[in-house]
Structures are given as structure tokens and as C-alpha cells.
Design a protein around this ligand. Structure first.
Ligand SMILES: [Zn+2]
Length: 166
């Protein structure tokens, strides 16, 4: 059995608790969270979120990529969110990864993608850069409340990266 088979069976046995009849697709807390896909980041208990509260957008690094912007733009323009929280973390797979080596392995397979790995040397600097990009993105009509946090999976702490609000 593959994991997909197990997942399908699991979901089938829990339909009653998975159902959300009448729950609005518009995030009740009007917030979108962009976070790294890292397995150790459990956003719901970390941020005190419940289902229906927030949009959750995840990618490698929690980076402000074109596609993250696309999702955030939909979140604000079509579904009414007004606040963005970005969560990156210590010990990220992109930290000190080799952009060149990654590109070479892709090239060896004949692939020259239009995107970059997004490796970084300093998580806080990378986060600040992301926040700056968000604050300059007119795809987002609401840019007053954009904040960035770094999670430490070893001790469970979440710290804000200055740059603060606005
Ligand atoms: Zn990560």
C-alpha cells in the first residue's frame, strides 16, 4: 500500500469530522500565512489558528516567489484577507544550499527552469527581503500589516524579524 492509499482510507473513515458545512471559504481572521513547507512547522497550534481562520500558503523556504504572490493576491482580492504573516525557520533546507549545484543537477537532466532554488545564507536577511518584496507588490491591495517570524524547531520559539509593521 502506498501512503496515498492509506491517506484515502484515513480520510474516508473521518468524513464526519472533515466536513465543514456552511464554513465560509473567506478566512474569518482575514489573514494569510506564507510559510516554509518544513515538516516541523505545525502552523495551526503555533499561531492559534482554527480551520476557516486563514489562508495557508507553503513552499520551500516560505519565500515570496511569483506563485506565492499569485496566491496572496487571490487571498486579498478575491477572498478578503488584509494581513500577511510570513514564517521562515532556523535549520531550513535552503540555508546554505548551493544554488549552482542545484542548477547543475537540473541541467544534467536537461531542465532549465524559469525559477531559482532560492538558497540563502542568512534566514533573517532572506525574510527581510521577502517582506520588502511584499510591501512593494501592488498585486496586494492591503500592505499595511505584513509581518515576518522565524521559528526555531529545536526550542519551539518564534521570533519576529524587525522591519516590523508597514
Ligand atoms: Zn524550510
Amino acid at each position: 500500500m502506498t501512503h496515498a492509499d492509506e491517506m484515502l482510507t484515513h480520510a474516508g473513515a473521518h468524513a464526519e469530522e472533515l466536513a465543514a458545512p456552511g464554513l465560509s471559504p473567506r478566512p474569518q481572521r482575514k489573514v494569510a500565512v506564507l510559510a516554509c513547507m518544513d515538516t516541523r512547522i505545525d502552523l495551526f497550534p503555533m499561531l492559534g489558528l482554527e480551520r476557516g481562520d486563514a489562508h495557508i500558503i507553503r513552499n520551500a523556504g516560505g519565500l515570496v516567489t511569483d506563485d506565492a504572490l499569485r496566491s496572496l493576491s487571490v487571498s486579498q482580492r478575491l477572498l478578503g484577507t488584509e494581513e500577511v504573516v510570513v514564517v521562515m525557520h532556523d535549520g531550513c533546507g535552503l540555508h546554505r544550499a548551493s544554488e549552482d549545484q542545484f542548477t547543475e543537477t537540473l541541467a544534467a537532466d536537461g531542465v532549465l527552469p524559469g525559477w531559482r532554488l532560492g538558497a540563502f545564507d542568512d534566514v533573517e536577511a532572506a525574510l527581510r527581503q521577502g517582506l520588502e518584496r511584499l510591501r512593494a507588490s501592488r498585486e496586494l491591495p492591503a500592505r499595511e500589516h505584513i509581518r515576518g517570524f522565524v521559528f526555531n524547531p529545536e526550542n519551539g520559539t518564534l521570533r519576529e524579524v524587525s522591519g516590523g509593521d508597514g
